[in-house]
Ligand binder design. Sequence first.
Ligand code: GLN
Length: 195
Amino acid sequence: MIAGALALQGAFREHLKIFAKLGADTREVRRREDLEGLDALALPGGESTVQGKLLRDLGLLEPLRELILAGLPVMGTCAGLILLAREIGDNGERHLGTLPVRVQRNIYGRQSGSFVCEGRAGSCESFRQVYIRAPGIAEILDPETEILAEARGRITGVRYRNQFAFAFHPELTENTDLHELVLRSVRAPAVRKAA
Ligand code: GLN
């Protein structure tokens, strides 16, 4: 299995380290060709406006959007959640637009917007959630969307079909559960086929 991370800007190495720890082969994704044969892709934290511009400039935005709509498992964290979102509050520019949520950038404020807290994530009730100038999931736009994480009274993680997205940074803590969840969603169809 090949698990990649979009490696244009931001904390992509941390995602690849976790994927490797979980037994996947890893790949830094920078060009169109790098998308070939991928089984899963992390969209890391960083700066969504910069990443969105690079995706466009490098001709990656459309091919990536098509792959996601065709079922490629993706995991967006922080800026990655913004890249995936269908709507961005305050008339923000939409990028991939495949995930039916409305996000609000810097929902916790720009200056004091970085903190760590515990909250539910997946089956873990006390997941250490690291926030760095994080966006918030202000609204879910499709009832098929599952809430995967919560903290401080807010929705902080969702799953919609093959798309997983978190406002915090699971790649910056020791808990590998959420990456495992994404990789398991790659393996699941094969298991079903074999059965
Ligand atoms: N505030 C950043 C943005 O809007 C996201 C921050 C992050 O990814 N840690 O893109």
